[in-house]
Design a binder for this molecule. Structure first.
Ligand code: AMP
Ligand code: MG
Length: 340
């Protein structure tokens, strides 16, 4: 058991937060850190004993590999051996999207402990764009393994208080830098080269970098059915509130049961129309009140799911968003939350 400390990485406390976090990581301890996607549970990626603590704290099965974060593009070679036939593509993607929420699956170097990759010959790697995370990654001078800072299968945390609820007492330190900007986990791709054509990008997880943004660099494809095993983290049921949660396909899908309480997770809320009006909901929580902006909805998604989970409904009903751009990642998370 730990007494979990929260340090605020505000202007004054920035240096102190960084120093404490780096000292913790050097000692082989875990620290929860803000990233631009969700809060991550960080360990020195080259320290297998420290990495083992991530699996223990999260109760994460060891067959679910972690993402490794590098401080700069030049550090990529310490964790990945980039094949020559995709080197150019990796460089272009890094140029365009790093630091940022794009994770690339590449062959790993022997320096990456097997525990990090769950024994896979590949490592998932990205460079975080969050200034606090980057500063700590740089100061540590080693890659950081960091999955989302929640217990396995639960909703990813987008604030320090959400991390506290998930992992309080299990880790020594949380660095608080306020709410995460993106709100959903990074996009994950594997690159397959093609002779004389643009490469294929197999989409292992939809995220903030959209298909439309990737398209100029390669052709985005669904993961081959046989390859799904390589990504056991992509389990059908994930990001699940404790309250039963159901994503509707259309308004007709909803048939209320007598005496049950229902909350609606709405896209636009009051002005959104049919889903709000079709039933006398116990409460309506909106992802992007009024305007319906997918970026705002993504940022608020996990926060809203946590909020509704604490409201004590018999069931949370979610309305769908349009599956374009960021909507693909949002619908992916809603589907997983509603799968049991
Ligand atoms: P999290 O860090 O909690 O967002 O989860 C990381 C996810 O990245 C895992 O659940 C996998 O889906 C994916 N991942 C990590 N490493 C690999 C890999 N080597 N191959 C395929 N997918 C991976
Ligand atoms: Mg996760």
């Amino acid at each position: 058991m730990f007494e979990t400390k929260i340090i605020e990485a505000t202007d004054d406390g920035m240096k102190e937060a960084q120093n404490e976090a780096v000292a913790c990581l050097r000692r082989g301890e875990l620290v929860a850190l803000p990233t631009e996607t969700v809060y991550g549970l960080a360990a020195d990626a080259f320290n297998a004993e420290a990495v083992a603590k991530i699996f223990a704290a999260k109760e994460r099965p060891e067959f679910d590999p972690l993402i490794v974060h590098i401080a700069s593009y030049t550090d990529l070679k310490t964790v990945a051996e980039v094949p020559e036939d995709i080197a150019d593509t990796v460089k272009k993607l890094a140029n365009e999207f790093w630091p940022g929420p794009l994770t690339i699956i590449l062959p790993k170097t022997p320096a990456v402990p097997d525990l990090v990759t769950s024994g896979l010959p590949t490592v998932a790697v990205r460079q975080s764009g969050h200034p606090i995370f980057r500063g700590i990654n740089q100061a540590l001078g080693r890659p950081i393994a960091a999955p989302s800072a929640n217990r396995f299968g639960r909703i990813s945390p987008t604030s320090a208080s959400a991390v506290m609820k998930e992992l309080g007492g299990r880790i020594p330190l949380i660095v608080d830098a306020g709410a995460c900007g993106e709100g959903v986990e990074s996009t994950i791709i594997r690159i397959e080269p093609r002779e004389g054509k643009k490469p294929l990008f197999y989409l292992h997880r939809a995220g903030p970098i959209t298909k439309e943004q990737l398209q100029p660099f390669g052709r985005v494809e669904k993961v081959k059915p046989g390859e799904k095993l390589q990504s056991p983290g992509q389990l059908d049921s994930h990001y699940a509130p404790l309250t039963p949660f159901r994503l509707l396909k259309s308004p007709e899908d909803f048939v209320p049961e007598e005496g049950k309480s229902y909350g609606l997770l709405s896209y636009k809320g009051e002005e959104g129309g049919e889903y709000v009006r079709m039933y006398d909901w116990d409460s309506v929580v909106s992802l992007s009140p009024g305007s319906g902006k997918l970026a705002e909805a993504a940022t608020r998604l996990f926060f809203a799911m946590r909020e509704m989970d604490e409201m004590g409904f018999d069931e949370i009903i979610a309305e769908p968003v349009s599956e374009t751009g960021l909507g693909v990642a949002i619908m992916d998370r809603l589907r997983r939350a509603s799968a049991r």
